[in-house]
Design a binder for this molecule. Structure first.
Ligand SMILES: [Zn+2]
Length: 323
């Protein structure tokens, strides 16, 4: 496998595991504050485990009571359900059951997980060889359920988002605001839409450069170290579309500076940019500093759109691609 793809996959999976851990922490905190009965049972179980450990240390022959632990776990599950939560609410969170978001399956025979291979394949089929277009975009692959905190279904939301993106590409250079940033979890169709926008612009005869954030940094680093200067297309393209912001390697004093400079130069020349990212706004602030984040989120210059819903990539990737 290409090293760049492997690096990017490692970074994506690491980020996913970080996100899982944060979600587990958030759920525990939620239970602690809003389901006190469950929390009491958890504290009692913790006390019991500590008691077992102390006894085992004092008396080497002591056996912890598995029956008592099982009972305590069952009581916690029941209390969760009674409080209106799924009984698995406090179990480890992960997107892929098979590899628990490590990308690797199996203990004795270790092999790459299917999710890892699928994503590697996707990354290997880069821009230019793919055939995403608004004509082939099929919102029917998105579920007709209403995502948490929203009032319309994910499918309707995608229909509107698609319409917005298509209008953006059709209206260029008159579209306002000039820039667009799509953020939300992976597998919601953001990259697909970026490809559609790039293709439509190209069909209209404009120079639209679609490039992953990973490659943006690679191109800039090559120029910086005098290897090869291919940065002109980043600075001069009519529209620059940066996919997967947040997946580029973070090198101190380099990555942020270079992105900052790119954004500033293009803004000063009134050349549009489109971004997609799996990071949420808080993660963007943390990763890129307030200085760059406030540039990206400047709503007078950039339409910031949050994409929500269920990951459709695993079940219907083929439908998106081959329909
Ligand atoms: Zn997996």
């Amino acid at each position: 496998m290409d090293r760049r793809i492997r690096d990017q996959l490692n970074e994506e999976y690491r980020l996913q595991r970080e996100r899982n851990a944060a979600e587990e922490q958030r759920r525990r905190e939620e239970i602690r504050t809003s389901a006190p009965r469950v929390w009491t049972l958890i504290t009692q179980r913790q006390d019991m485990i500590e008691r077992f450990c102390r006894q085992a240390l004092a008396d080497g022959a002591f056996q912890p009571s598995e029956a008592a632990l099982r009972e305590a776990n069952a009581a916690i599950r029941d209390a969760l359900v009674q409080a209106g939560y799924p009984e698995t609410y406090l179990e480890p969170v992960f997107r892929c059951e098979k590899c628990r978001d490590t990308g690797i399956m199996g203990d004795t025979v270790r092999q790459e997980c299917d999710c890892w291979r699928r994503r590697a394949f996707e990354l290997a089929n880069t821009v230019g060889q793919r055939d995403e277009s608004f004509e082939r975009f099929d919102e029917n692959v998105f579920p007709e359920t209403v995502p948490k905190g929203r009032t319309i279904t994910q499918r309707e939301e995608m229909r509107r988002l698609r319409a917005y993106c298509e209008a953006y590409a059709n209206r260029y250079p008159e579209q306002r605001p000039r820039d667009m940033l799509l953020y939300g979890a992976s597998g919601l169709g953001k990259s697909y839409l970026l490809h559609c926008v790039a293709r439509r612009l190209q069909e209209r005869g404009f120079q639209a450069e679609l490039i992953s954030a990973y490659d943006v940094i690679r191109v800039m680093r090559d120029a910086y170290f005098g290897r090869e200067d291919d940065t002109q297309r980043l600075y001069d393209a009519d529209v620059l579309l940066i996919d997967d912001l947040g997946m580029e390697p973070m090198m101190e004093n380099i990555t942020i500076e270079q992105l900052f400079q790119l954004v500033n130069v293009r803004r000063s020349r009134e050349l549009p940019m489109v971004f997609s990212t799996n990071l949420d706004t808080e993660e963007i602030r943390q990763r890129y500093t307030e200085r760059l984040a406030s540039r990206l989120f400047d709503r007078t210059l950039c339409q910031v759109i949050r994409v929500v819903g269920e990951d459709i990539r695993q079940k219907s990737h083929s439908a998106l691609r081959e329909q």
